[in-house]
Design a protein around this ligand. Structure first.
Ligand code: AMP
Ligand code: TRP
Length: 330
């Protein structure tokens, strides 16, 4: 059987956080092989205004985070989207078969453009088309992501099916895959909002570069409720539920098992326990990120070589798509 082709991506917005790791990156590392493609979505990152210097830093920090979280030791292809021009070319072809209505229904666009209104960029609106191009260019079978990407992957599927229907068999139709636990890690200060790199405050966001003390402090100050002992109620007690889920995800056990394990624990002891689990997870990753920041040569070499591997397949698939749509060679 041919090996399963996997592609996924992360926006180039800086050091990944615990949600990125538990929701996506960890499963990327588990599935990594020479037919898996992990992309730093730097073109997606410019759909909201960015200072060039911050973009460059965010891009490097994202790459360092991915490699340090385990991809370095694998044969996975790790590359930056902007280095492979096929992505934007295929996005144009796909944009021609995408309706305005489909894009208007995207909840991420609605959320991100709410405060910007008319000043929201056209790129923010067409963002999911570029994402579909990212996926379809690699003939991906599976796209491992966190829960917030469900709708985007569904659109990529719809576009693949539509293109194949109109222009003949061209693209594989991908499926999204989600981790059994950890697909939606919440902000420790605002447990009804997902943990996000763009959060106004970093107090509820655990970064893979946070030191032990910072992690412990973030958990100690995590918002809970008026109870004193741990019990699971996802809608009524979201802060505690989130920490139970984080513990389960770090321990790779079902949530039910974590609920049983921690039920009745006093909040203080429970928070320290979850903090310790996360500290042990983050410490080695943080160490490797610091080394990359200190000496970036290995990172540059890896990303350079892998961009060529990515281009090799992306160029073949783009050629096939152009051919089928009527834009082949004269
Ligand atoms: P982003 O940083 O938005 O580019 O997300 C990169 C990957 O991490 C995607 O697969 C997201 O679905 C996943 N992800 C982002 N935030 C979270 C979160 N709070 N919990 C779980 N997964 C997340
Ligand atoms: N939009 C995704 C996010 O914010 C990142 C991304 C870009 C992606 N291209 C992708 C994810 C392709 C999966 C597949 O998380």
């Amino acid at each position: 059987m041919a090996s399963i082709r996997i592609l996924s991506g992360i926006q180039a917005t800086g050091t990944p956080h615990l949600g990125n790791y538990l929701g996506a990156i960890r499963s990327w590392v588990q599935h990594a092989s020479s037919s898996t493609y992990f992309m730093i979505a730097d073109l997606h990152a410019i759909t909201v205004p960015k200072e060039p210097e911050l973009l460059a830093q965010g891009r490097f920090a994202t790459a360092a985070g991915l490699l340090s979280a385990g991809l370095e030791a694998t044969s996975a292809v790790v590359f930056a989207q902007s280095v492979v021009p096929e992505h934007t070319q295929l996005a144009w072809l796909l944009g021609s078969i995408t309706s305005m209505g489909e894009l208007q229904r995207m909840t991420q666009f609605k959320a991100k453009s709410e405060s910007l209104q008319e000043t929201a960029s056209a790129g923010l609106f067409t963002y999911p088309i570029l994402q579909a191009a990212d996926i379809l260019l690699y003939d991906a079978d599976q796209v491992p992501v966190g829960d917030d990407q469900r709708q985007h992957i569904e659109l990529a599927r719809d576009l693949a099916i539509r293109f194949n229907h109109r222009f003949g068999d061209t693209f594989k139709v991908p499926v999204a895959t989600f981790p059994p636990v950890g697909a939606r890690v919440m902000d420790l200060q605002e447990p009804r909002a997902k943990m996000s790199k763009s959060a106004k405050s970093r107090r509820g966001v655990v970064l893979l570069t946070d030191d032990d003390t910072a992690i412990q402090r973030k958990f100690r100050r995590a918002v809970t409720d008026s109870h004193e002992e741990v019990g699971y109620d996802a809608s009524g007690r979201p802060g505690i539920a989130n920490m139970i889920e984080i513990a389960a995800a770090v321990r790779t056990e079902p949530v039910e098992q974590a609920i049983e394990r921690y039920s009745g624990w006093k909040y203080g002891k429970f928070k320290d326990e979850v903090a310790d689990l996360v500290i042990n997870l983050v410490a080695p990753i943080r160490g490797r990120i610091a080394e990359f920041q200190e000496s970036p040569q290995e990172l540059r070499a890896r990303l350079g070589a892998d961009a060529e591997r990515a281009t090799h397949i992306a160029s073949q698939v783009l050629r096939r798509a152009k051919q089928n749509i009527g834009l082949g060679e004269f």
